[in-house]
Design a protein around this ligand. Structure first.
Ligand code: MSP
Length: 511
């Protein structure tokens, strides 16, 4: 059932101290698929992404290049927007934490927390990790380093604290009442155990550097970069105004897509900040896994991060998007290898889907006067294939709503396989001489199924799907999901000349 319920999807906002790579492309592509899917399904969508530009790490990286932090942030932020362009990302809003609208909102949230007695001034003494921008307990350190392997430094400062400890029971009650608020299940269990183990008050300001949002009324302090960054999800909706149409439409419908490394910030600190300020926690947080590249951990020193331009130049935006979401379940870790991408590109895309479309469109062009053919009575085999296509939306929607992208694609490709089997069994090239009426019915059935496949693959491979739908002369208004059953192909519609949608990847010969 289609619905116009609002849908707010976010990516993490990316630190500007690193240039974009595969690990950033991943959550962004996933969020884009969700946004496109929901729009096509008739829902009101807001898709937010952006950059996290404050903090000691950014300050240090800028210094190393002899730039001001803002000059540095401008440069890297532009590279992230270029990633979005290359990968066909359809965000509705791009937020940078250095923007005035954000700074105003963060300071307002701070004041609200202060007004409600959730913040107090104290003294912090403990371990801080600049790379993770996180505080660690002595007991959490492994061989004197953060659990992530990054260096820690001892910090003693006057800090403001947030009364996180007071929110322990209310967080547990919230997650008890909302079993789907954190996914996958393993992450939910991890968060719940962390909360049950006891929450300590959280230091939320720093005095030893200045690249951040000043604490209102005490500008010697800057606001902790995670309190600053997390708030982007509501400053982009116009917070502190909570009455404006954006905020009242989209909060708290949020689905935050995050990596497994930043679940604690999103599933513990963020809902606690919100509840403490009298706001509702986000609807859902989905934590995806991490990619290695050719079996190696991605790292700056190995330089194996695969920048988006390389990814897109080598494989194309659609194949890259398809691979990222098809290869593994969204919550799992996996390996990105050239061999695996080429396997999917040449197998699933070029051979299975591309060839199916090409074979059918070429025959229609040549043997049906380049027009949608007129079908006669449908056989049981025709009906079976059409029914498989008709049932797809429900299945795909269910998987997409659970962020099980690989299952959604698997379901679509099962129909691709059914259609390929059907072409071979029906052999329209034989019917061309034996029974033209039957040939037209078979080709119409196939064109209809290809229409379904083209419409349903739009969120995943928007460029190729659009090319395919153009070849079936489907107007924009008939590309939404409501049109699947409502607006079938009209016999007699002239069709343009067919073109392949997925070229095979051919390895360049050495020498
Ligand atoms: N700025 C914070 C997020 C603040 S959100 C309010 C941050 N930024 S980040 O740029 O370091 O990381 C952004 C995301 O990239 C994280 O969710 C992280 O999981 C993801 N990835 C970075 N490397 C990755 C892989 N190798 N594989 C998959 N995702 C990875 O954290």
């Amino acid at each position: 059932m289609s619905t116009d319920r609002p849908f707010f999807v976010t990516t993490p906002i990316y630190y500007v101290n690193d240039t974009p790579h595969l690990g950033h492309a991943y959550p962004t592509v996933a969020a884009d698929v969700l946004a496109r899917f929901m729009r096509l399904d008739g829902r009101r969508v807001k898709f937010l992404t952006g950059n996290d530009e404050h903090g000691q790490k950014v300050e240090r990286s800028a210094q190393a290049l002899g730039l001001t932090p803002l000059q540095f942030a401008d440069r890297v932020s532009a590279a992230f927007r270029e990633m979005d362009r290359l990968l066909d990302i359809s965000y509705d809003d791009y937020i940078r934490t250095t923007e005035e609208r954000h700074i105003r909102g963060v300071q307002a949230l701070w004041q609200e927390l202060e007004r409600r007695g959730e913040i107090y001034l104290g003294r912090f003494a403990g371990w801080y990790c600049v790379r993770d921008e996180a505080f660690y307990d002595e007991a959490e350190l492994i061989d004197g380093k953060a659990p992530t392997g990054a260096e820690v430094e001892w910090l003693e400062e006057e800090n403001y604290f947030f009364r996180l400890s007071a929110w322990q029971e209310r967080l547990l009650a919230f997650y008890e009442a909302h079993p789907d608020a954190i996914a996958p299940r393993s992450r939910r269990n991890e968060v719940i155990s962390f909360i049950r183990a006891g929450l300590k008050d959280l230091s939320i300001s720093r005095t030893s550097f200045s690249w951040g949002i000043p604490v209102p009324e005490n500008p010697n302090h800057v606001i902790y970069v995670w309190l600053d960054a997390l708030t982007n999800y509501i400053t982009a909706l116009g917070y502190p105004s909570t009455q404006n149409p954006e905020f009242s439409t989209f909060w708290p419908t949020a689905l935050h897509i995050v990596g497994k490394d930043i679940v604690r910030f999103h599933a513990v600190y963020w809902p606690a900040f919100l509840m403490a300020a009298g706001l509702e926690p986000p609807c859902r947080i989905f934590a995806h896994g991490w990619w290695t590249v050719e079996g190696e951990k991605m790292s700056k020193s190995l330089g194996n991060g695969i920048p988006p331009d390389v990814l897109v130049e080598r494989y194309g935006a659609d194949p890259a998007r398809y691979f990222l979401l098809r290869e593994l379940p969204f919550g799992n870790d996996g390996d990105f290898s050239h061999r695996a991408v080429v396997g999917r590109l040449n197998g699933d895309l070029a051979n299975d889907f591309g060839n199916l479309a090409q074979r059918v469109l070429v025959m229609i062009n040549r043997d049906c006067g380049a027009q949608v053919p007129e079908p006669a009575a449908f056989s049981t085999a025709d009906e079976a294939l059409r029914n498989a296509a008709h049932g797809l939306l429900e299945t795909v929607r269910q998987h997409v709503c659970e962020q099980a992208f690989h299952l959604a694609l698997e379901a679509i490709w099962r129909v691709v396989a059914d259609a390929n089997r059907y072409v071979d069994e029906q052999a329209p090239w034989v019917l061309r001489r034996a029974d033209e009426t039957r040939m037209r019915t078979v080709l119409y059935t196939l064109a209809e199924v290809i229409r379904y496949l083209g419409i349903l693959t739009q969120p995943f491979i928007p460029g190729a799907a659009c090319k395919l739908l153009n070849q079936l002369a489907i107007p924009d208004a008939a590309r939404r999901f409501v049109a699947l059953d409502a607006i079938p192909l009209v016999p007699g519609t002239p069709l343009p000349k067919p073109e392949g949608i997925f070229p095979r990847f051919v390895e360049a010969k050495a020498g």
